[in-house]
Design a protein around this ligand. Structure first.
Ligand SMILES: NC(=O)N[C@@H](CC(=O)O)C(=O)O
Ligand SMILES: [Zn+2]
Ligand SMILES: [Zn+2]
Length: 448
């Protein structure tokens, strides 16, 4: 496959989706895909197609785009690989994922990002887009080779030291200035390290009772405020990773009402929309994550902020960890949770069923906005004739029980273990090809 071909494109193959409801509205229609492009919406005959999906009135959405996935390759293959993570992504309804840079070696140069992009193409289940590090070795001391990653065949547009905060304001300023020149974006893990030494959990009564070092919300809020000001000052684009507190949402609401320059986008994770620090009681490291699970008030403020568009998208922060890094005492465990195969269901539970988001809203927060932030022109497109067929078919009603061992990731650290969640992905279509269907991925043809 050459660099210019689409990852999963398939020439001349016609796929017919029977009885779908785009954005969950209106009467069911048939949607015909030919050569990776939507060519007809209306009534179609089975003879039009090589392959038929009987959807029975299921909801059709643009394919999901995850701005925040840890695929762990290279260096962390005992937790996840591009192949296992792509499988989880396709099963979760994703057609594109941004693979975070905190790998080993770090994705801070063209060689590593090209490797990740190439592996994504070889696996061929989702469009894997590498994120480049902001600073060399994620050390926070000098900028990484941002220009050479942007110009490389990996076409890096999003830069992040995620896992670490770019806490030096001068480096953050330079990164915003530099990426602005080519339309890039800096995704910040907002955590003032001076306010979070040895932090283990949300700073509050629950952590205090258990004797766990606290991670105060102000450590996030102060960095977000500073970075918004730097984005305005430089005219650069800031993306705020994993917003976790009511205070950050409140600040962003105020900022959006006044700022005129620069660009700020923000994501919330499914786990911060559902889980709270009451789970600390269990002492189960499955619930250890960075930023930490916070309070019920934070959870509800984040849901409201997402409904209003103050926080404008959902990203999983899918963070697989091998058993030895989770099956141990709290303080020794690594922070992070699986997310790709449960994101939609958590969103249905926390936002759709309570009436905070309709399916158009789901398309906006899981697909359209993340695609725009990442600059992916073929993703998050309207469901219309002539558009690329990157699509996800969702059954909104079926409930299922989450079992980490049954998920496609190599690691099993889901915080939703044993929960019954609503909403299932019936099929994922990437560049016109069915990549996942009925809980199984469909292997790339011609691949041994
Ligand atoms: N979210 C986490 O708790 N962990 C992430 C890093 C990060 O997103 O900060 C990881 O790489 O494991
Ligand atoms: Zn992070
Ligand atoms: Zn992360």
């Amino acid at each position: 496959m050459t660099e210019n071909e689409h990852p999963a494109g398939e020439s001349g193959r016609r796929v017919l989706l029977r009885e779908v409801r785009p954005y969950g509205t209106g009467d069911p229609v048939d949607l015909l895909i030919d050569d990776g492009v939507v060519v007809g919406i209306g009534q179609h005959s089975a003879t039009d197609a090589d392959e038929i999906v009987h959807a029975g009135g299921a909801v059709l959405l643009p394919g999901f785009v995850d701005l925040h996935t840890h695929l762990r390759e290279p260096g962390g293959e005992d937790a996840e690989t591009v192949e296992s993570g792509s499988t989880a992504a396709a099963l979760g309804g994703y057609t594109a994922v941004l693979a975070m840079a905190n790998t080993d070696p770090v994705a801070d140069n063209a060689v590593v990002v090209e490797h990740v992009r190439r592996r994504g193409r070889e696996v061929g289940l989702v469009d894997v887009r590498p994120v480049g590090a902001v600073t060399a070795g994620l050390d926070g001391k000098r900028l990484a080779e941002i220009g050479s990653m942007a110009r490389s065949p990996a076409e890096v547009r999003v830069f992040s030291d995620d896992g670490h905060c770019v806490d030096d304001p001068l480096l953050m300023r330079r990164a915003l200035e530099y990426t602005r020149a080519f339309g890039g974006v800096v995704a910040q893990h907002a955590q003032d390290p001076r306010l979070t030494p040895g932090s283990q959990a949300h700073e509050g009564p629950n952590a205090a009772r258990l004797g766990l070092a606290g991670w105060p919300a102000a450590a996030e809020e102060s960095v977000v405020a500073r970075d918004c000001m730097l984005a305005e000052h430089t005219g650069g684009s800031l993306h705020v990773c994993h917003v976790s507190s009511a205070g950050t949402a409140e600040f962003l609401r105020w900022w959006r009402s006044r700022s005129t320059a620069g660009s700020v986008s923000a994501e919330v994770t499914p786990h911060h929309l559902l889980l709270t620090d009451e789970l600390l009681e269990t002492y189960d490291p499955l619930y250890k994550v960075n930023p930490p699970l916070r309070t019920d008030d934070d959870v509800h403020a984040l849901r409201t902020a997402l409904a209003e568009g103050v926080v404008d998208c959902v990203a999983t922060d899918h963070a697989p960890h091998a058993d030895q890094d989770k099956d141990c005492e709290w303080s020794a465990a690594r922070p992070g949770m699986l997310g790709l195969q449960t994101a939609l269901s958590v969103l249905v539970r926390t936002m759709v069923r309570p009436g905070l988001l309709d399916w158009r809203g789901v398309a906006r927060v899981l697909s359209e906005t993340p695609a725009r932030v990442a600059g992916l022109s073929r993703q998050g497109r309207p469901i219309e004739v002539g558009e690329p067929a990157n699509l996800t078919l969702v059954d909104p009603d079926t409930e299922w029980t989450v079992r980490g061992a049954e998920l496609a990731s190599t690691a099993v650290n889901t915080p939703f273990e044993g929960m019954v969640l609503p909403g299932r992905v019936l099929a994922t279509i990437s560049e016109g090809r069915i990549t996942a269907r009925d809980g199984k991925v469909e292997p790339v043809e011609g691949r041994s």
